[in-house]
Design a protein around this ligand. Structure first.
Ligand code: DP6
Length: 320
């Protein structure tokens, strides 16, 4: 039995759209910060039984096609034909509403490959995790990470920009809504690819934003990192508003928070908003401003739930 832990990541330049769905190749490169909150622990055991089994906490669930794809790859790489028993636990504060496929598939890739005695490099693990979920390719690494779009299976992998982040960047995750009906990220991005007339401009602009973000990270410029991230997030969301039929991940509260964030900036604080395929925004700020920012938000919208995140580490084996 091998057990691994992986943390979620927040994309500062988003992955949104698959050029090749079967091979999980994205249209554009993406760039993220791995967080120190919200992790998944997954154990894998290869045993002599007929079918793969999957447990989420103590509950048996059907083995999803994505999980199967990762397990099948591990079997083909290792020459094993045994079935796998996968047990996974999400360590996401129940209030955070931030369950993540990134941490789940990064943990699965690390645990399954170790259970099969594969000695994969970090790059190979990133490729393996990508086959479960695109954003998981980045959670193999800590700190700031870039996922190169690549042109084929072997050239589409993530690698760290800097695993140790020694400047005071902080991410404030805000819970606005847990219960909304969701357009899952895979379906949402596919709708944008197929029906948004702005999609090609999105992919091109996101690719061009990567070197700009790398420069801002090298300069430890939190304002520039946040500004680039907010612009990129809104460009991604423009491909959902311009899809046919149109859809959005913004909830009324999300827009309200964005408005307040822009107001906070007029007070001279660095505070920027990013949003994934759900209504819960993440704010990119300076650690020393967190109290002022939460007080400001609290006064305007009481009873929001906040989780303060800092840069986190890459996926690790916790038991062999
Ligand atoms: C908006 O990685 O969840 O969070 O590859 O279909 O599993 P699949 O999608 P997923 O999409 C993440 C989309 C995003 C942006 C990002 O994390 O880059």
């Amino acid at each position: 039995m091998s057990k691994a832990r992986a943390y979620t990541n927040i994309a500062l330049i988003k992955y949104w759209g698959k050029r090749d769905v079967a091979e999980m190749l994205p249209y554009n490169s993406s760039l993220s910060l791995t967080l120190d909150q919200f992790y998944t622990e997954t154990s894998v055991d290869f045993v002599d039984q007929k079918e793969d089994q999957f447990f989420f906490g103590s509950e048996a669930q059907p083995v999803s096609p994505k999980v199967k794809r990762v397990l099948d790859r591990v079997r083909s790489l290792s020459g094993r034909d045994q079935a796998a028993v996968v047990k996974t636990v999400n360590h996401v504060p129940t209030s955070a509403g931030l369950a993540s496929s990134a941490s789940a598939f990064a943990a699965l890739a690390v645990a399954a490959s170790a259970a099969a005695d594969l000695q994969l490099s970090q790059r190979e693990l990133s490729i393996l995790a990508r086959h479960g979920s695109g954003s998981a390719s980045r959670s193999i690494f800590g700190g700031f990470v870039v996922w190169h779009a690549g042109v084929d299976d072997q050239s589409s992998f993530a690698e760290p920009i800097t695993e140790t982040v020694d400047f005071p960047i902080a991410v404030l995750a805000i819970l606005v809504d847990q219960g909304r009906k969701k357009v899952l990220s895979g379906a949402g991005m596919q709708a944008s690819v197929e029906t948004s007339p702005f999609f090609s401009a999105w992919a091109q602009t996101a690719e061009q934003a990567i070197p700009k973000m790398e420069k801002a990270i090298a300069n430890q410029d939190i304002a520039e990192i946040g500004a680039l991230a907010e612009t990129n997030a809104m460009q991604m969301h423009a491909t959902t508003l311009s899809a046919d039929p149109p859809f959005t991940y913004f909830a009324p509260e999300t827009l309200k928070i964005w408005e307040i964030v822009r107001e906070i900036r007029t007070k001279g604080l660095n505070c920027y908003l990013t949003l994934d395929a759900g209504p819960n925004p993440k704010l990119i700020c300076q650690l020393q401003d967190i109290e002022t920012i939460t007080n400001y938000l609290q006064n305007r919208i009481p009873d929001l739930t906040y989780t303060l995140c800092r840069p986190g580490s890459g996926a690790q084996l916790v038991a062999k």
